[in-house]
Design a protein around this ligand. Structure first.
Ligand code: PAF
Length: 282
């Protein structure tokens, strides 16, 4: 696996792969890679001969009181893991490469609608930062496909909407959530949790499954299911920011007794750590 730090070297490597007849798959990440990220790479590999990953902790998607400074940075381990997973090229840019005039002065991409609720309401500006950096990375890498985890469900919808509206010439693929044995969705932020909290955090997935079961049973109203989910999270020692059922295609609120095409989404805090998870209701 080759590692490049600047746009010029990235472009040359991608152009050479394309000239050799390969299609290009791209997996953008913020590093501190775990099995969840590795599954994104496997999905990328299924769709292209040449797999590019990026590791960049993007300052513009963190709020002033969020964990940008303490976000885990493990570039050597990330590179070793990516090489072991068969990644062909790792793009490891510095902040200047992505934001030449500084992160504050950067042009922003704003996706309306789907960014306004849930994570967007709680983390103002977060999705502008995500859309901005992903647009920039797409223009640098120019992939045929890009892979995003379903774990960040709202982010996935934001990226799909941006790609459609700005006519980026690539396909977005979603990779399923990878879970620990107790159901906890894999996340770089899980390492902030002590062992006991990590055990208890299995309750988040259990709550999503309970929400799905309640939808299937058909005896509770949606607001009752959401209240039950919040209570279940609180019992497990988590402070829920939300536990909701939304339309899976745009996260709008279902009307009346709509029970098909839904997604259950949870954000819950334990101390300073905030975990998110979701489940597409089958
Ligand atoms: O999901 C992430 O890790 C980040 O939001 C992304 C897509 C790499 C943009 O910084």
């Amino acid at each position: 696996m080759r590692i490049v730090h600047c746009a010029l070297d990235l472009r040359a490597a991608v152009d050479a792969a394309r000239a050799a007849g390969d299609s290009i798959a791209f997996v953008p990440t913020m590093g501190n890679l775990h099995a969840g990220h590795h599954s994104l790479l496997h999905r990328a590999r299924e769709h292209a001969g040449f797999v590019v990953a990026s590791v960049f902790v993007n300052p513009t998607q963190f709020g002033p009181n969020e964990d940008f400074a303490r976000y885990p940075r493990t570039p050597e381990a990330d590179a070793a893991g990516l090489a072991a997973q068969g990644c062909d090229l790792l793009f490891l840019p510095g902040v200047d490469e992505i934001y030449p005039l500084g992160a504050e002065a950067a042009v922003r991409v704003h996706v309306p609608g789907v960014t306004e609720s849930l994570e967007g309401a709680i983390r103002p500006g977060h999705f502008d930062g995500v859309a901005t950096v992903v647009a920039k990375l797409f223009n640098l890498v120019r992939p045929d496909v890009a892979v995003f985890g379903q774990k960040d469900y709202q982010q996935l919808l934001v990226i799909r909407r941006m790609v459609r509206d700005l006519a980026f010439p690539l396909e977005i693929l979603a990779a399923p959530i990878v879970r620990e044995a107790n159901g906890l969705a894999m996340s770089s932020r899980n390492q902030y949790l002590d062992a006991a909290t990590r055990d208890r955090a299995g309750a988040i997935h259990a709550t999503l499954l309970a929400m799905q079961a309640a939808i299937h049973a058909g005896t509770m109203q949606r607001d009752q299911i959401e209240a039950m989910a919040c209570a279940q999270l609180e019992q497990a020692g988590f402070l829920p920011d939300y536990a909701v059922l939304r339309r899976a295609d745009d996260l709008s609120e279902p009307v009346g007794d709509e029970r098909a095409g839904l997604v259950a989404l949870i954000a819950a805090r334990s101390g300073r750590t905030r975990l998110i998870d979701n489940l597409l209701i089958r």
